[in-house]
Design a protein around this ligand. Structure first.
Ligand code: GLN
Length: 313
């Protein structure tokens, strides 16, 4: 089924490779990989599922879960809200009442989370983050230095956000330090298969189903999946919740992770993104799988675990 979906959507050319981070413009646009990993560790793949790319915003739920685990819900919630926002992912907007980011899935919120990790861990913040995301993926995730340099050289909006947040007292570390952690987290190299394992780790209540590593606590996973569901696809999140109905997170590098709770992680790599920054074929692939397998959270006839054998066939 995965192979069929991959073949059918392979011809779709809608969207464009993100160019506002210059190094991303060099990614071949036709690459397309799909992978699923079940909570009992079974892997299914199609196309360029092992092609490396930078994780970008798909990192956000995983660093949010790390912050929740390390610091607890109260300080994290005080710094970053859990409300959807009707603006673009990189909007220079804070909740006007509380002077904090609306949610951790947009840049403002993710930079706030990076700042909180910087406050708590100092120079160990990025190494700890890299280690935790690697543990969720089940292998060591390396940094793409070219993308990191490119992003650091051009990320003026993100710097502006970091200064706004520091000025509002959301975190104590220097704005430059917080945004540097964020740039590095976005430049970690993953594959669609890695994203599927990471998604499956969330689906499996924080335990990586391939390695058995306990990566995140139960509460952190529950909060993370909740904001992924309501805010993961930015201003397209409401539409996604109705059409597909599972928590998901996209990135401008072409990555997408979707989580079918207690069942499956889905990872996609498709570099052409729409105007909201979501990978076009990634959305279509998840929609197709959700439709065929009845994955929507509120699907009355959700077949539950019986869907797993269908994927490989
Ligand atoms: N690093 C990118 C940025 O901050 C991530 C954005 C994204 O993937 N939506 O602009």
């Amino acid at each position: 089924m995965l192979a069929e979906t991959h073949q059918r959507l392979g011809a779709v050319k809608d969207g464009a490779v993100a160019t506002y981070i210059p190094a991303l413009a060099a990614v071949p646009p036709d690459l397309f990989g799909l992978a699923t990993v079940s909570v009992d560790g079974r892997v299914a793949e199609a196309g360029d599922s092992r092609h490396p790319f930078t994780i970008q915003s798909v990192s956000k739920p995983f660093t949010y879960a790390l912050a929740l685990d390390l610091l607890g819900r109260r300080p994290v919630r005080a710094a970053v809200g859990v409300q959807p926002m009707a603006e673009a992912f990189n909007a220079l907007v804070l909740d006007p009442v509380r002077s904090r980011p609306f949610n951790p899935m947009v840049n403002a919120g993710a930079i706030a989370v990076a700042g909180l990790l910087g406050d708590a861990l100092g120079a160990q913040a990025f190494p700890m983050l890299q280690q935790r995301l690697s543990s969720a993926a089940g292998r060591d995730l390396a940094l793409d230095h070219a993308v990191y340099r490119s992003e650091a050289a051009t990320g003026h909006r993100n710097r502006a956000l970091a200064h706004l947040l520091h000025g509002a007292g959301v975190f104590g570390v220097a704005a430059e330090e917080a945004v540097d952690i964020y740039f590095r987290q976005c430049s970690l190299i993953v594959t669609a298969c890695d994203l599927a394992v990471m998604g499956a780790t969330l689906a499996n209540v924080g335990t990586n189903p391939v390695t058995g590593a306990e990566v995140y606590g139960v509460e952190a996973v529950r909060d993370t999946l909740s904001v992924m569901f309501t805010c993961g696809l930015y201003d397209g999140a409401g539409d996604w919740a109705c059409r597909v109905g599972v928590p998901a997170k996209s990135g401008v590098g072409g990555g997408l992770v979707a989580v079918v709770n207690r069942q499956l992680g889905i990872g996609v790599f498709s570099p052409r993104v729409d105007s909201a920054g979501n990978p076009v074929r990634g959305l279509m692939a998840c929609e197709a799988l959700a439709e065929e397998l009845g994955l929507h959270l509120f699907e009355p006839s959700n077949p539950g675990s019986t869907l797993l054998p269908a994927l490989a066939g």
